[in-house]
Design a protein around this ligand. Structure first.
Ligand SMILES: Nc1ncnc2c1ncn2[C@@H]1O[C@H](COP(=O)(O)OP(=O)(O)O)[C@@H](O)[C@H]1O
Ligand SMILES: [Mg+2]
Length: 246
């Protein structure tokens, strides 16, 4: 039960953004992807989710043994993949309650996606409180006028409610205060304990003070240039990314 990326190269507008990526994400484990700005971390996240602008020119992506390289984002989501966006977009006309109601109804095969779900609101209030998200934001247009920290928390709330099997988190900790970073670590720990696999993309070793990664990979200029364990995080904490050279 894994997500496996084999020999993957990806272009955007004919420009290479990822090259020869090999990565195996074990079930129930935390895989961390680090790397400087522009190294291809978000491109990798989008490619795994099937974003149409990210063209796979070589290689394959397997989810639990099935080749998903050409599947639509919707099909991938149905198989349990979920992306926590680095920069969540504003979506007027939808709020957290209506969005989660729709997704949960769709999962159950309902045709009316607006059908209220018993106790969902109550559950959202409880979970929102745990991650420090104001209750009023449950019914405000999605991400509209949310602060940076509120947007991040809104994404975490979706993870907690939907409980996807494979969660890719693209810098969930950026722009968060100490309490926020600890909440990210709590959500990761909680998801791992339920058997979910997590790919955490992060710039900062901060969040890893609270949680041990199974595997750490460093992306640089679209390639994986180092693989290891926690010692890589410590090296980056001490030395930054300069040692990667050119
Ligand atoms: N949609 C896009 N259009 C044009 N260039 C892109 C696009 N997505 C990524 N790139 C380029 O690919 C490189 C990697 O970007 P990105 O994956 O966002 O890096 P990171 O998330 O590590 O900061 C950058 O040079 C970026 O400009
Ligand atoms: Mg990024």
């Amino acid at each position: 039960m894994t997500l496996e990326i084999i020999d993957l190269s990806v272009n955007v507008d004919s420009k290479p953004v990822l090259r020869d990526i090999n990565l195996r994400v074990e079930k129930g484990k935390l895989t961390v992807i680090m790397g400087p700005n522009g190294s291809g971390k978000t491109s990798l996240a989008y490619t795994i989710m099937g974003h149409p602008n990210y063209k796979v020119v070589k290689g394959k992506i397997f989810l639990e043994g099935e080749d998903i390289t050409n599947k639509t984002p919707d099909e991938r989501a149905n198989k349990g993949l979920f992306l926590v966006f680095q920069n969540p977009i504003e979506i007027p006309g939808i709020n957290l309650l209506s969005l989660l109601t729709a997704v949960l109804n769709k999962k159950k095969g309902k045709t009316d996606l607006t059908e209220p779900i018993l106790d969902l609101r109550k559950k959202l209030v409880v979970e929102a409180r745990m991650i420090g998200l104001k209750e009023e934001l449950l019914e405000r247009d999605l991400n509209v006028g949310f602060s940076g920290g509120e947007k991040k928390r809104s994404e975490l709330l979706q993870v907690k409610i939907l409980r996807p099997k494979y969660v890719i988190m693209d810098e969930p900790d950026s722009g968060l205060d100490v309490d926020g970073v600890r909440i990210v670590a709590d959500v990761i720990r909680e998801m791992l304990s339920t058997g979910a696999s997590i790919i955490l993309i992060t710039h900062y070793p901060r969040v890893l003070q609270y949680i041990d990664p199974h595997k750490v990979v460093i992306l640089y200029k679209g390639r994986i240039v180092a693989k290891g364990g926690k010692e890589l995080v410590e090296k980056i904490d001490r030395e930054g990314y300069k040692w990667l050279g050119d």
